[in-house]
Ligand binder design. Structure first.
Ligand code: 4AD
Ligand code: MG
Length: 453
């Protein structure tokens, strides 16, 4: 295989007889030669290809328009032009696939809204190429973070009969019979099933057998939230640790964020520079601050107090016992703490059945990690490991005993304190790239009313 542009550009010296394949960004002609900016998506940069008018292949030039794919053989030589170290002096150019004047990615800047309508072509732009290279690097760094600490990667099911968060916001799975959805009594699985909202419950079964595990896969929410940070399909990173309490859970979550921020800064410097220049001028500073000091921790009760004392008039009133709204979370992270912050010990009444009740009887050992610009990127808790308290909470929230019998078994047979969390992978990507809409960090986003592709 010929080298990628990333490998070629990393060369310390000139190279003779190399081949580069890619897509044309621009073409510019002078009397004696043509210049093509060619990119193959492997890195941030394009390479200038110089095609001398005396070459036989020069006759192709009129067909080589923006968007066309070409293969070039030539020599990598020091470029006399400003701002670029190398250029490719072509010996042979082959046109692989033409693109005509209808190619939608012309040189001018395009809005993110327009680019969402051409999600199949937008990875060819600088912005989206960068976002998706970072996405790839970050996914690998997630595995590295856990694997380096001896966690096992557990594959939890996508199709499930349980509703982990108890919010009823699930997509039903059904089969088709002659094109129409099958009747409920003809359920393929003999019971109603859904796309999972979280791998946590099955993750707990594995933690309570193998110690420290994590899941990392797609999750689905049928919540009709048309916001810049909600998607119907997103990836979640969910560690679950046996013999672990809320304190250790919060510490791991913090280390996890810091590890991934560091990975972004060391492994994607070109992309970071680009995002910092064109997307969010505060990005590098903000990421650096994340590394500089430990994250603050504030109890829910203290958070409510500080919101009430802030003198702010929020759109949603601040009331102990109710969930914190995005505007509250962002006030705390952006204006009060001015950095990442973990809020813990939330009211029991607003949290799912599985969270461990605190001694006050009113709160549970839950935590949310909030970051400036986004709000919540992690939600987690210590789990209720006491059989009586768990079954009581399940009954209160109206959960079907039969469906969750296996989950209760984990408290019947060798129950141990355990804890975990879920990190929204896309929210993390928004944080490390400065991209402000979740639709722009997902290759093909699914949001209410949108499932093109
Ligand atoms: O806070 P959530 O709902 O927690 C859980 O699902 C737990 N079962 C996780 C666990 O303890 N194992 O979701 C966790 C994270 C959120 O903090 C957020 O980052 C992300 O998942 N998230 C979403 N991301 C994008 N779009 C949505 N609709 C999201 N809903 C949650
Ligand atoms: Mg949450």
């Amino acid at each position: 295989m010929p080298d990628t542009l990333r490998q070629i550009l990393a060369s310390e010296s000139a190279l003779s007889s190399i081949t580069l394949r890619g897509w044309v960004r621009t073409r510019r002609d002078s009397k004696a030669c043509s210049f093509i900016e060619l990119t193959d998506g492997s890195c941030f940069k394009g390479l200038q290809v110089v095609i001398d008018a005396s070459l036989p292949c020069y006759s192709l030039m009129s067909k080589i328009l923006t968007g066309a794919s070409v293969e070039v053989d030539g020599d990598l030589i020091a470029s006399p032009a400003q701002g670029q170290k190398w250029e490719l002096q072509a010996k042979e150019v082959r046109l692989l696939g033409e693109a005509d004047g209808t190619y939608p990615l012309q040189k001018k800047g395009h809005t993110p809204e327009f680019l969402r309508t051409i999600a199949h072509l937008r990875p060819r732009t600088n912005l989206f190429g960068s976002v998706f290279r970072v996405r790839s690097k970050m996914a690998f760094a997630v595995h590295r973070f856990f694997q380096e600490q001896g966690f096992f990667y557990a594959h939890t099911p996508i199709i499930t009969s349980s509703d982990c968060e108890g919010a009823g916001e699930m997509f039903r799975v059904t089969t088709l019979k002659q094109g129409a959805p099958a009747k409920p009594e003809e359920d393929f699985f003999g019971r109603p099933t859904y796309l999972t909202v979280s791998g946590q419950l099955q993750g707990e079964a594995f933690a309570c057998a193998m110690g420290n595990i994590y899941t990392f896969g797609p999750t689905f929410r049928a919540e009709n939230s048309n916001t810049a940070r909600h998607a119907a399909e997103f990836w979640m990173i969910e560690p679950e640790m046996a013999f672990c309490d809320l304190q250790a859970d919060m510490t791991l979550a913090e280390e996890n964020v810091r590890y991934l921020v560091k990975a972004m800064m060391t492994e994607c410097p070109d992309e970071l520079e680009f995002f910092n220049k064109f997307v969010d001028k505060e990005l590098t500073n903000r990421l650096q601050q994340t590394l500089d000091k430990p994250f603050e921790r504030i109890s829910y009760t203290d958070a409510v107090d500080l919101l009430l004392k802030s003198g702010r008039s929020f759109e949603h009133p601040v009331v102990w016992g109710e969930g914190l709204q995005t505007e509250h979370e962002r006030y705390i992270a952006e204006e009060h703490v001015k950095g990442p912050v973990t809020i813990y010990n939330y009211p029991k009444s607003i949290k799912p059945f599985y969270m461990r009740q605190n001694d006050d009887g009113k709160t549970v050992a839950a935590m949310d990690l909030l970051v400036p610009g986004i709000g919540e990127i992690i939600g987690g808790s210590q789990r209720e490991e006491r059989l009586d308290l768990l079954t009581e909470a399940m009954a209160k929230q109206g959960l079907d005993e039969e469906t969750y019998r296996w989950y209760v078994d984990l408290r019947r047979y060798g129950s141990v304190p355990h804890a975990g969390y879920g990190m929204g992978f896309e929210r993390l990507l928004m944080f490390v790239t400065g991209v402000s809409n979740i639709r722009d960090v997902i290759p093909f986003a699914r949001t209410p009313g949108n499932a093109a592709y």
